[in-house]
Write a protein that binds this ligand. Structure first.
Ligand SMILES: [Zn+2]
Length: 299
């Protein structure tokens, strides 16, 4: 039987650090990871760039070449600064260069400042992974990264996007936004495809509560949750990766038990009996399938 690949949907490339595909493959394999989304080094305007200015095209080439050296199961993602002057044209270039997604961190601008870039991304069917939640960037950026700031994304017809880290500590706001945008699609002619990136950043003690909230509110993440570690290619933290995968597997199994045995009314949406989503399947999809869905593969 073909062994199923476990994907990590959130792997960074830093600046000025050695890039060794063989070392990365060996390290990630120790966590059982066999594929993932590899995020390019950051644009120069971001704190993580530490002032190192690598031109957009070069960042794409570095990321593409690294992924190619790792095999067909690692996918390049271009980290774009949506308020750079030529950002809109960088989207088309990203598509041409084989990038499978865009990454955005709003350190110094509101999400809405990037709408023309997101429109362009939707046109080329490029999904966008947004940082959301408190941002340890040494800047005053929390106000840009609360989930409700991302309500503006509903203006972009056909956008596919994910909010990372379940927006910790604003996890309730993230759950509510998920419900709101789904409602917008059903009742107000919106078309958005909203994924959640489960990468930590969200501490262990919050994880069970937030996924319980999604489930008991009737918000189905079966095809919408992407597992990720938020480590990097240089020194992949396989021990943490292994720990997180086991933590989430057990957490979803426990929640599934609780969910099956709950006879009361589920708020907002009304799943009944066997129609309730299977949270073990949700977990399996989050590690095996949903990243592929996110980048537009048919699975
Ligand atoms: Zn990250």
């Amino acid at each position: 039987m073909e062994e199923k690949i476990i994907y990590d949907g959130h792997i960074h490339i830093g600046v000025n650090r050695p890039m060794d595909p063989a070392k990365f493959l060996a390290d990630s394999a120790r966590a059982g990871i066999g594929g993932g989304l590899v995020l390019s080094p950051p644009p120069v305007g971001l704190p993580d760039a530490h002032g190192v200015d690598i031109p957009a095209k070069e960042r794409m080439i570095m990321t593409r070449d690294f992924c190619e050296a790792c095999g067909k199961t690692f996918f390049p993602c271009f980290w774009i600064d949506p308020i750079e002057k030529d950002a809109v044209s960088q989207v088309k270039l990203a598509r041409q260069m084989g990038m499978r997604a865009l990454k955005v961190i709003c350190s110094h601008h509101a999400p809405s400042a990037g709408l023309p870039v997101y429109q362009e991304a939707a046109k080329y069917d490029l999904p966008i992974l947004f940082h959301s939640g408190i941002l340890w960037d040494g800047m005053e950026s929390g106000k840009y990264n609360r989930p409700c700031e991302f309500e503006c994304l509903q203006e972009v017809y056909g956008i596919r996007f994910a909010l990372a880290h379940i927006a910790w500590p604003w996890t309730d706001e993230c759950v509510a936004l998920f419900g709101k945008l789904q409602n917008g699609c059903r009742n107000y002619g919106r078309k958005v495809d909203f994924f959640i990136d489960a990468s930590p950043g969200t501490p262990d003690i919050y994880r069970k509560q937030v996924f319980r909230n999604f489930a008991f509110l009737g918000y189905d993440l079966t095809d919408r949750l992407i597992s990720g570690i938020d480590s990097n290619i240089h020194n992949y933290n396989w021990e943490w990766g292994k720990y997180m995968l086991e933590f989430d597997r057990k957490m979803f199994a426990d929640l599934n038990e609780e969910f099956r045995n709950f006879n009361g009314y589920l708020a907002l949406e009304s799943f009944r009996g066997s129609e309730r989503p299977d949270l073990n399947r949700l977990f399996e999809n989050s590690i095996h399938k949903n990243l592929l869905r996110f980048i537009g593969e048919k699975v």
